[in-house]
Design a protein around this ligand. Structure first.
Ligand code: CA
Length: 237
């Protein structure tokens, strides 16, 4: 089961934006959110409950240049893949876009399959990169280092490989519960003889590490025959 990953589409052409949003969601790999201007994109990215795994970013926006927006996002520390949608495929467009911190670009008109292939490729690279940092409750989660940083308390939590993978997969589920068997398959592999008891043991240890009160979990919750992350519940702590 693939968990849909949220993509932000920043494009002022309403028809193109709507088509993209609709098509991107079709296969169930992605969900789409839309912004028609640079300012709306900034607003959406700044909202506390928003989270996007990748951004599709038009260059020519009514209130600015997509490349400037990309540069701003990078300055603000956002590292998710950004794919520029370029109107003119002149070299200047492309070079400036990549200079601004974009990961890739695609010239209009493009085929949706090609765009999706590029998004998937960039997400694969990103997920395995040193740069991948996810916010989980009060923590900055760096899967590549198997590390949780809690800036407010200047604290580091070291995770095992399995704990890190569990957290990564729950994070990707975007707050939805993941059934135990699916989590087990994803983290230990489909052919493993490991039982859900092993998973429960790992969840127990993970809670000891990340929950202020492990007996009353507020971050890693049990729900619907599985587990889910609730970053919102802990962000107020
Ligand atoms: Ca445009």
């Amino acid at each position: 089961m693939a968990t849909p990953r949220p993509i932000l589409i920043v494009e002022d052409d309403a028809a193109l934006r709507a088509t993209l949003a609709e098509q991107i969601c079709l296969e169930g790999d992605f969900t789409a959110d839309e912004a028609e201007s640079a300012s709306e994109a900034v607003q959406k990215l700044a909202s506390a409950d928003a989270h996007y795994d990748a951004i599709l970013l038009d260059i020519g926006l009514p209130d600015g240049d997509g490349r400037d927006l990309c540069a701003k996002l990078r300055r603000d520390g956002m590292r998710m893949p950004v794919i520029m949608l370029t109107g003119a495929d002149g070299e200047q467009d492309v070079v400036r876009g990549l200079d601004a911190g974009a990961n890739d670009y695609i010239a209009k008109p493009f085929r949706l399959n090609e765009l999706l292939a590029r998004v998937r490729a960039q997400l694969r690279v990103f997920d395995n990169s040193e740069d991948a940092v996810f916010t989980v409750g009060p923590y900055m989660f760096r899967p590549s280092a198997r590390l949780l940083l809690e800036p407010a308390r200047n604290r580091k939590v070291r995770l095992t490989d399995k704990e890190s993978n569990i957290l990564k997969f729950l994070y990707r589920a975007g707050g939805r519960p993941v059934p135990r068997q699916i989590l087990l398959n994803e983290v230990w592999g489909y052919n493993s003889a490991v039982t859900t008891h092993t998973l429960e043991t790992h969840i127990y240890r993970l809670r000891q590490k990340i929950e202020p009160d492990p007996s009353r979990a507020r971050l890693l919750l049990t729900e619907g025959g599985g587990y889910k992350l609730d970053p919102v519940a802990t962000s107020a702590v």
